[in-house]
Design a protein around this ligand. Sequence first.
Ligand SMILES: Nc1ncnc2c1ncn2[C@@H]1O[C@H](COP(=O)(O)OP(=O)(O)O)[C@@H](O)[C@H]1O
Ligand SMILES: O=C(CO)[C@@H](O)[C@H](O)COP(=O)(O)O
Length: 510
Amino acid sequence: MQSLFLGIDIGTTGVKALVMDEQGRVVAQATREYPLHVPRPGWAEQNPEDWYKAACGAIATIISKGISPGQIQGIGLTGQMHGSVFLDAQGKVIREAILWCDQRTADECRQITDLVGESKLIELVSNPALAGFTAPKILWLRNHEPENYKRVAKVLLPKDYISWRMTGVFATDVSDASGMLLLDVVNRKWSSEMLAALEIPAAWLAEVFESPDVVGRVSARGAAETGLPEGIPVVAGAGDNAAGAVGNGIISPGMATASLGTSGVVFTPSQTPAVDRAGRLHTFCHAVPGQWHLMGVTMAAGGSLRWYRDTFAGEERAVAQLTGRDPYELMSDEAALIEPGADGLIFLPYLSGERTPHADPLARGVFVGMNLKHTKGHFVRSIMEGVAFSLKDTLEIMSGLGIALNDLRITGGGGRSAVWRQILADVFNMPLQVMENSDGPAYGAAILGAVGAGCWQSVTEAVAATCSRQQLQEVVPIPQNAARYQKIYQIYIDTYPPLQPLFKRLSEVN
Ligand SMILES: Nc1ncnc2c1ncn2[C@@H]1O[C@H](COP(=O)(O)OP(=O)(O)O)[C@@H](O)[C@H]1O
Ligand SMILES: O=C(CO)[C@@H](O)[C@H](O)COP(=O)(O)O
């Protein structure tokens, strides 16, 4: 009987689970959505119980597809990074998790920066204090919900909460832990100096492991809840971007992923903890032991298109329901009819604030240049283009740091759109590789689970054994589009600076 490996991704929109065989072939997959709560503008929360129920539901669907649970020999978890799950001493969730895209901690970021100092922060944890990272959320709880704060016994990241529910073990991995602002990223261990400075007890944090390390086994309780046999090894796993990179074979310098999930990320590995001293890129540990990575993050990439779909694409949603098509496909068809440049309509995708290149939680989305000619197709196209310009910002910073990329692979839900893929290739003026499996993070997690279970000796060996078959297509830039986008990009980058003080004033009256 073939051994199988289960990868589970606790995404922002839902859980994606897949099962992979010893050759790296995906043999079954399932997804389950859950809601995102926005109690106030700029806030974003989810109920960890929803994640666990969805994960159990996705596992049940996979089993119902004929997968024998007894064949599963290893499990890897991944998920949205930075989210704070606060548990009390009985293991009860104290309040909803505050997510990566929540912008409430601007004051706490300032507090941390004032307390520790900008350059000392880079020295201790390799990154500046950014809204969305986990440590500022812990301080927010202390400042705003002292009753809840008093009850805290553990702070877990989203995937680590699921791992704990399955195994009873409190564990995390170096890539996800990097986004807490509490990890000494260079030495891959908690920073006792940072914990002391912020007065956060070390006992609140899970033990840190390398991503393919086995941290526990499915417990009797986990088995009863998930329908999996007791005893399957569970590895530490990785943050979704690092796991997605493993799933797409991004484990050497020069390679990168451009990801269009809810967020948009350009991710490239590094053999050293090469810090961007200006703090524009995140410097985190990679899921490959001994490697690090740099990444730039656009907060609302696919999230911008989803906002448009939910707010303005009622007609497309209705037609999609009648025809069995996906509303995103219909929106992409509309965008395909519009010329590159959207007849002068430019979109700044700062609907959830921004991280790269402007670390500005108060930034907001903007359409510039609307005129009477513009139709819905123009708006869809300008959203796709604005997100591409934002990812280009990260590529430009990387290039300024001397990072040369020669293999850029697209991943995430937005990569399903051929129009959006071509826009990215044209805006970047670089060929893009389209991979077979767009659920890169879940696939990467399954690979890590397989390495932990001993199917391969290392992540590098696993990637060599699984990824070569996955390259489907190359999207080549169209020279005249690339030239046009180069001009529009110059206008795009000049649009934010004069608006920045207005975003601040807007936040004061809202
Ligand atoms: N067919 C499609 N065309 C264009 N964009 C799409 C399509 N399908 C999904 N998307 C985009 O992908 C996003 C979800 O990507 P996904 O990788 O699943 O995100 P997450 O991991 O954040 O849950 C959606 O918000 C949407 O913008
Ligand atoms: O905050 C980050 C990375 O620093 C995000 O990339 C989250 O990890 C969420 O990812 P998606 O839901 O967009 O995949």
